[in-house]
Design a protein around this ligand. Structure first.
Ligand SMILES: [Zn+2]
Length: 430
């Protein structure tokens, strides 16, 4: 027996009923954190919101935001609302710019995580008979663990290979008949390269049909390339350690990122004023976890820019959806007065025949002035054809048509940009 949706009752709940459910849960949440955590208690008292201060969903706007900076201050367990011994699993984000953010989970939180991930993977087409090659790095990162829990809840086989050792990845993909691959999008492209070097044809020699990609900003154009390279359907996954890890959204067949809104309440704000924006307008995503026990987040500012929609979707889900992430507001660059996101440059490059998926944006800062240049690897065959200045000019023209900005492009020899088995480093500072 095969069903279309993992949880039809929730996934097709009329929007007004869904919002009622969100309100009930939000009220409960505010009471819960007020009574169980001294920092939240103080935060709420500071804005004069008591346990009965929430009457409508809009009242959430009375509450203060939660920032990444605060999470670092409360490291590691300052925002935990249960007894510490209720926590059965912890994860953490990388601490490259300070203390890491710690995600703590009770047994119920893990149950919830497995369920939203199952919902997400089910929507991607993963079923019991499938074999998921889990090539996200296992460790403190949430990624690999979320995918494992969701896939196992569905009953699929998980090959918990972790990231790296790419030849072994390809052998495992062949020997275990992997039908789904979970990793960063850039790593999937690198794996295709390795498969070819090993003498395999990525399309003919493997059973792969689904890609579950995330943890990295990637353009629609990159998605198309990956789909062609492996002959798979590539799905986007989005999540954050601060919220739950992957599983915040469910991407359907229409490639709409439905928000698992029964558990996560989304707002979009103007990043400069903090004002809430209506659906359809681009701004910074802000999430509130409605049902988590150990570490509830209230109005967490993600710094990710996207649009929130409450429109109908062909897939039949009534869950609201968000656009793909335009970029983290941290990644935004201002060059000669023009706002630039790395993903826009990627999208432009992918329009040019003969440009491979390996590129790097070089950011140079002189005083207050930022300038950009791009290095791209041509495909092997395009490289052999020579006249690379033509390729460079085409790429510059494409970038100009997107950004209205001249960014010099240099074609370099294939396979010179370092490959990554996790998040690709697309922007480097020189
Ligand atoms: Zn949909």
């Amino acid at each position: 027996m095969s069903k279309e949706l993992w949880d039809p009752k929730i996934e097709t709940k009329p929007l007004n009923e869904l919002k009622e459910l969100q309100l009930v849960r939000l009220k409960k949440l505010i009471q819960y954190v007020y009574n169980n955590n001294k920092f939240y208690n103080k935060k709420l008292k500071d804005v004069n919101v008591k346990t009965d201060g929430i009457k409508t969903l809009r009242d959430i706007q009375k509450l203060p935001f939660l920032t990444k900076q605060e999470l670092r201050e409360y490291y590691p367990f300052g925002l935990v609302c249960t007894e510490i011994d209720e926590i059965v699993e912890v994860h953490a984000s990388s601490g490259t710019t300070g203390k890491p953010v710690v995600g703590s989970y009770t047994r119920n939180d893990l149950e919830l995580w497995g369920d939203v991930m199952a919902r997400s993977l089910w929507a991607n087409g993963l079923r019991k008979k499938d074999v998921l090659q889990n090539s996200y790095g296992y460790g403190l990162f949430t990624g690999a663990h979320g995918f494992e829990k969701g896939a196992q809840k569905i009953g699929a086989m998980v090959v918990s290979i972790s990231s790296g050792n790419s030849k072994r990845q390809i052998n495992a993909m062949k020997d275990f008949n992997s039908t789904a691959l979970a990793c960063t999008p850039s790593y999937s492209m690198y794996m295709a390269e390795v498969a070819e070097e090993m003498g395999f044809d990525p399309i003919k020699d493997f059973k792969l049909k689904i890609g579950c990609f995330g943890a990295e900003a990637w353009s629609e154009e990159m998605r198309n390339n990956i789909e062609k390279r492996w002959d798979i359907i590539a799905h986007e996954h989005y999540g954050l350690t601060e919220i739950i890890g992957p599983g915040v959204v469910t991407e359907c067949k229409e490639k709409k990122l439905h928000i698992n809104a029964d558990h996560f309440l989304t707002e979009v704000i103007d990043p400069s004023t903090g004002e809430t924006l209506p659906p359809g307008e681009e701004g910074e995503l802000v999430f509130t976890t409605l049902t988590k026990e150990a570490f509830p987040a209230i109005r967490f500012r993600t710094r990710d820019l996207a649009v929130y929609y409450e429109d109908k979707c062909e897939c039949g889900r009534t869950l609201p959806f968000q656009s793909r992430i335009k970029g983290r507001s941290d990644d935004m660059m201002k060059v000669k007065g023009v706002i630039v996101f790395p993903s826009q440059i990627e999208a432009a490059l992918m329009q040019v025949d003969g440009v491979s998926d390996n590129y790097q944006i070089i950011k140079t800062k002189k005083g207050n002035i930022t300038s950009l240049s791009v290095e791209v690897e041509p495909t092997e065959s395009r490289y052999k054809d020579g006249h690379l200045d033509d390729l460079e000019r085409q790429a510059e023209d494409e970038i100009y048509s997107v950004l209205n900005l001249h960014v010099p492009v240099k074609a370099i020899s294939p396979k010179t940009i370092p490959r990554s088995t996790g998040k690709a480093k697309r922007v480097i500072e020189r």
